[in-house]
Design a protein around this ligand. Structure first.
Ligand code: PEP
Ligand code: MG
Length: 315
């Protein structure tokens, strides 16, 4: 019986009325693909490519990268896979891209800034990704990390399209990108909100520092209001807005995020089952009611309690 249970197909993510909310996996290598699929991942919402580059003194060759990306995309034939180009710097430094002497690396030449500074590395990565896409049947989307401006958005999407990427978007993980999300989304195909960095930069609290960990809470209404701005812009422009930070793995916050306009959620595969079960308990109006209660609260603890109070009236 246990074997039968384990083999049962997992249903796709959806609200109580059947409104789909695709549930995707955050992955750092193709090794986790089989497990993610077993747990019902409907695709990949964040493939962190840094892990392929760690410990290297130079960027891997186009051929090496293409082999890795092909392996990963092959595991998700027929499914969406969102790959993030190199996010180097701060908590993920790479010797060939970052300057170790920066005093504030989280505010330094990182993510898209570092790639633009060393454009040949970005060109090679996009070339390898386009080749892997052509060789496989997954639906490849590619996004850039640490976008702060519309200019960076235009720069990235133009280069990605020039090199054969069909769907190009950005991560929203700075308050600036969230505050001009209407313009940012007009200049690309989709957005994915990185709540780990968006929280760090909104709360001005280093995500690596235990002494300020209390401030690193995505339930804070300041963070939620920024997410709401992005969700609204996405709905107005008809562009997808995913969430790929840790916040999506919190079963109650996941419902709030959908109420704020998120169209898909990506998380560690181990969180998929609980988030799937939670979403299934709420209608779209319920999700909006939870989101409204959280948005109106004065702080993170109050937002969580307010959403919880609305939830306990519903379920
Ligand atoms: C984020 O910042 O929320 C995110 C998903 O990216 P990372 O954790 O890799 O910075
Ligand atoms: Mg990030």
């Amino acid at each position: 019986e246990r074997a039968a249970l384990e083999a049962a197909p997992v249903t796709p993510g959806a609200l109580a009325d059947g409104t789909p909310v695709p549930l995707l996996a955050n992955l750092g290598s193709a090794d986790g693909a089989a497990e993610a699929l077993r747990l019902g991942a409907e695709g990949v919402g964040l493939f962190r490519t840094e892990f392929l580059f760690l410990d290297a003194d130079t960027a891997p060759s186009i051929t090496d990268q293409q082999a890795q990306y092909t392996r990963m995309l092959s595991a998700f034939a027929g499914k969406k896979v969102v790959v993030r180009v190199l996010d180097a710097g701060a908590d993920k430094p790479l010797s060939f891209l970052n300057d170790a002497a920066e005093e504030n690396p989280a505010l330094g030449l990182r993510g898209i800034r570092a790639l633009r500074h060393s454009e040949v590395i970005l060109r090679e990565q996009l070339t390898a990704l386009a080749a892997a896409d052509a060789a496989t049947d997954a639906e490849l989307w590619v996004m850039a990390p640490m976008i702060a401006t519309v200019d960076e958005t235009r720069y990235f999407t133009a280069l990605a399209k020039e090199l054969g990427i069909r769907v190009a978007g950005v991560m929203v993980e700075t308050p600036s990108a969230a505050l001009v999300a209407d313009h940012v989304l007009a200049a690309c195909d989709f957005a994915s909100i990185g709540t780990n960095d968006l929280t760090q930069y909104t709360m001005a609290a280093d995500r690596l520092l235990g002494t300020v960990a209390k401030l690193q809470d995505p339930w804070h209404p300041a963070v939620l209001r920024l997410i709401a701005d992005v969700g609204r812009a996405g709905a107005e422009l008809g562009k997808p807005v995913g969430i790929c930070g840790e916040a999506a793995a919190d079963p109650l916050l996941a419902v709030v995020l959908v109420g704020l306009g998120a169209t898909s959620l990506s998380m560690s595969p181990s969180a998929l089952a609980d988030v799937r079960a939670s979403l299934a308990r709420y209608s779209p109006d319920d999700a909006k009611a939870l989101a409204g209660a959280a948005l109106a609260a004065e702080g993170a603890a109050e937002a969580r309690a307010a959403a919880q109070a609305v939830a306990s009236e519903i379920t």
